[in-house]
Design a protein around this ligand. Structure first.
Ligand code: PLP
Length: 375
């Protein structure tokens, strides 16, 4: 236990690397990129990218240029760092200076990057993203037609990848996946010889599809289920809170703000050191749970900012004392379980993990390190 912190967040870098290697085997000969946006889904972009790089990963994606600026000094010169959200107008010089590869999401971004290449007098690397039906980012069909008739607009841009993004990859049976794959293949034909990237985690683990040249894995690396149950990935995090106080309350006692929980019988209540300011969803008020030595303890009343109450009446007394460990995420409750109870997805649970946790990184066992997976 780490005194003075909300909880202990353990991040198993060995499990992360095992997940990376599992995906790499699945999609070979495609390479696997690590998607490390949002501080590697809350787990620490530098630690995660370093572990992946040691395992042979050479491609990394962040969302924003500011994330690239932080991560770049930690990457080797052989690694490529792509910025998914592309180039905002005026950011071109900074992007070139950092050495990040922008994902060019519109003709205007292509023009801006090509102009920067001209003014610097050297070619600049870029990725061209096309919209294959998600209506989020990337060149529209109209823009693609314009680009086909005016390919010189890419002059000065060294196109590294043609990419798109699947809208329904978490549902491998959704027929829109096939539709998007067909559209992507058709469009990629307009860019002969350029490597292709379409799949995220869900796409990478979809059966019976070709994965192009590079898959972009995020949630599966971090132990989230790419397609719901069963989850083939190894869990990467555990979150252990501790008991701050214990009390025995009589039947009829109310618990927490608004007294939304009323004890129907005498109860043992434990107050934990984690609240919604730590990313523990307030939506779990009265519906989530924690585990103490495998015994389920329901969250009672509202989750507060810095604490919450659990009913520990069913937990053996010898496990209950100030400082006692309480599992919030671990062998009895996965990030997908927590997400389900909170009406959200594991991505949101991870990316909201708080900054008041003691973070412990379990290193990669030597046995699985350096079994490099090549591009
Ligand atoms: C976030 C993101 C990914 C990673 O998605 P996962 O489902 O976490 O694997 C891949 N590609 C793009 C464009 C993304 O925005």
């Amino acid at each position: 236990m780490h005194e003075g912190t909300a909880a202990t967040l353990r991040i198993d870098l060995g499990a992360l690397v095992a997940n990376y290697q599992m995906i790499a085997r699945q999609v070979a000969p495609a390479a696997v990129a690590g998607v490390v946006k949002a501080d590697a889904y809350g787990l620490g972009a530098v630690a995660v990218a370093t572990a992946l790089a040691d395992a042979g990963c050479r491609h990394f994606f962040v969302a924003h240029l500011c994330e690239a600026a932080v991560l770049m000094p930690h990457l080797s010169q052989h690694a490529a760092l792509y910025v998914l959200n592309g180039l905002s107008p005026g950011a071109e010089a900074q992007c070139a200076a950092i050495g990040a590869v922008p994902v060019l999401n519109s003709l205007a971004q292509i023009d801006g990057w090509a102009a920067t290449a001209r003014s610097l007098g050297r070619a600049l690397p870029g990725v061209v993203q096309v919209d294959t039906g998600m209506s989020r980012l990337g060149l529209t069909p109209e823009e693609l037609t314009i680009l086909r008739d005016a390919p010189e607009r890419l002059a000065g841009i060294d196109v590294q990848l043609i990419m798109s993004h699947l809208a329904c990859a978490d549902q491998p049976d959704n027929s829109f996946n096939r539709e998007q794959r067909a559209r992507f293949d058709r469009i990629a034909g307009q860019f002969p010889g350029i490597p292709r990237s379409l799949d995220n985690s869900g796409g990478a683990l979809a059966p019976d599809v070709r994965h192009g040249d590079l898959v972009r894995a995020g949630i599966a690396l971090y132990g989230g289920a790419p397609h719901g149950d069963p989850n083939p990935m190894q869990p990467v995090i555990t979150l252990e809170a501790h008991i701050m106080q214990l009390r025995t309350v009589p039947a009829g006692a109310g618990v927490g703000y608004g007294l939304t929980h009323r004890c129907t019988a005498p109860a043992h209540i434990a107050t934990l050191s984690v609240g919604y300011a730590d990313g523990w969803p307030r939506h779990l008020s009265g519906r989530g749970c924690a585990y103490i030595a495998g015994v389920r303890a329901p969250i009672v009343g509202r989750v507060s900012m810095d604490s919450m109450a659990i009913d520990v009446t069913d937990v053996p007394d010898y496990l209950l004392y100030p400082g006692a460990p309480v599992e919030l995420v671990g062998p009895h409750q996965t990030i997908d379980d927590v997400a389900m109870l909170a009406d959200t997805i594991s991505y949101e649970i991870l990316t909201r993990l708080g900054h008041r946790y003691a973070r412990e990184y379990c290193p990669v066992p030597v046995a699985i390190e350096n079994r490099s997976v090549k591009i």
